[in-house]
Design a protein. Sequence first.
Lengths: 468, 334
Amino acid sequence: MTAITTAQPTSTRFKPLTLLPLVLAILVFVVFQFMPFVNQPERGSTTLPVLTENRANNELELPTSGLILIPIAAGTLFLLGLWNLANEQIMRATSSMTALVGIIVLEYYVIFVMDYINKGATHLGSMGIAFWALLLLAIIMIAQTVLPRPRVEREFQLRSLLSNQESAIVIALVVLLLTVGISNPRFVSTNNILDVLQGNAYIAVAAIGMSMVIISGNIDISVGSLLGLLAIVSGRLVTSGAPVWVAWMAPLIVGPAIGAVIGFVIAYLRVPAIVVTLGMFSILKGILIIWTNGERVTDMPTEFFLAQMRPLGISMPIWFMIVLTILAAIWMRYSPVGRSFYAVGGNADAARLSGISQRRVIMQVFMLNGFFVGIASVLYATQLTIIQATPPPSLELFVITSAVVGGVSILGGKGTVIGAMLAAILLNTIRSGMIFINVSPFWIQAVQGILILITVLIDLLRRRRQAV
Amino acid sequence: MAVANEVTQQPIPQRSLRIWVQDKALSQVGILFIILIVTLAVLASSNDNFLTSQNLFNQGRLLAEVGLMALPMTFIIITGGIDLSVGSILGLSAILVGYLWDTVGLPLEIAVVLAVLVGCLAGFLNGLFIVRVNVPPLIMTLATLAFYRGLAQGISEARSVTGYPEWFFGLGQGNILGVPTQLWILFIAIIISAVLLARTTLGRTLYAIGNNKVGARFSGLPVERVTLLIYTFSGLMAGISGVIFVSRFTTTRSDMGSGLELDAIAAVVLGGTSIFGGKGSIIGTVIGLVMIQLLKNGLAINGITSDATIVVIGSILIFAILVNNLIQRLRKTE
């Protein structure tokens, strides 16, 4: 079976059944057009009354009757997903259904917006960017379903571009935005999306470094403590009168220095990475608390708040996150050093035999990790007016989980920094989304744990199917 | 190694004894033991209150919970796995004791049993996914670390339960024959675990899995069943620790036991168990446990803050492995 598949892709044959999800999706969409509450506001549509009522309360709620579509679509998605698991068409089915959900919700939004215009709306702009982004993604997903599979030799095609971990996360992100958005439209407003991105960009930046560490076959448990310590270094420097740029640069020097120490102990003294970083986790945390005496840093000068600057209308952390991810992704993919990380993580012996120094790779990886944690710490230190004297709680778990959910293999050798960044965004969007759909704050962590678990399981199943 | 020496060197008993002692002293556990004795001596000479039975038993109380979790952790790490969720399972069980007793209104005895069973179930769930779905243990237990802690938070809704009946505190605060109750439990658990690991087929299977999982499977060893068993065992011990924790603290809070997984792992790794699997012993773990606890206590008695203590413990963790690595490497080259 495997041999046949590799020699001649089965995808060249046309299987009518694979189009079933698409047909179903179209069918549901057509039926949807004749539902009373969609296109006919004059005939007792539920849209308008709720709209006017809510406008009095200054709320933008969608009619609750629309919510019934989400369970139906999700149920169909679920059943088809199960059915298709046995038919090797999981990507096609998921994308069809996702597209269906997307297009229905989009239509809903169009009607909603048009009603709003007719009634003289004022808050329309707040949905701008999110609306067009969703429309674009829905079109891409439909294209993905309809387009033929790429031939083996022409790898760089739209479909292969879409059937990897990164696009799986983007799809999950879009489904999340849509489902939460339909029950609380303020969630998909541009402002909220930018807020979520901005507040958690430092986690995504730290996840870049972590994914490099994990790709090279190591792990770093000390990131939380390191980030907390570097943030305090930066804050203390600026409050004691150092120029702002010195305070910004200091973590970028101290971070790699500590990374070098960690790397040295791992590479030259041969203590396993998990032990060293577990020890450093305590050491750095202890140093932080002893040094600050538990007192947080306040009264920083206003020009220190890098994370609050907004060049071109988008705040600094988002710029950092995007630019750093792109640079790191290109560097990991095309530079010899980046490739050597994959080589050592994938097969240390083979890497050594092909002349790659494992020691040097470990040093490089941990220094780079220190550098990214340094940048993350500056973003973290400058986003609020106070810097806490304790490391952000269980940050290392968030960062490691981001890397893993983003497709970085915990065994090393596989994964991309883009995946890690997207996963960091996804995890934080989940957290924020739960607040918007009124999940009790006490249950948020449990739901998040389950979602992480589901993401990991789906990823495992998908990879196993790809391997087969 | 030692046995081989004794057999071949039989005609010259003195020399064999010397080699035997050298062998033992330079082994992983031996070095640790020497470090422990030195630490003890330094701490005892610096403060009179340190080496009293009162103080030592008190420290025993404090290490029992981590100790109970470190035993199955040793098994798991020997197989090359890891369990990060034990601290959260402890929290979940602790919360359930209070919730089932106070909110649901069950008798406390039944609440305790159910809480321990849920701990068991939580560990079983970890093992099931690791064995059946092949989720890497680090990932699985990382996810359940968040999930079980989340469950504890959701169930408790940040309420704490107090006012337990007097007899319940016997577990965490009482004595039996002058020794703290939970130390007896820990002793029994240590003996059972040590015998299991060193003297039974199950124990040898753990080493086999850690050294070569595929090989172990091809040798007809029940790899899946044993893996499932040790994660369940881990959940069980975490559940028991949770109950002891409640009894010692006289209250339940959902953040109980967070970070204890790192303490347990530190004790195991300090005890010479290889994080890559295949090597390790219960006695090493016990020494690791005692060392960490005595260091914490000794430094506190001598007026060093607990924040400075975690720096020392972190350093000791790295340093102990470092020294051990060096000595083992020197021995190999000899």
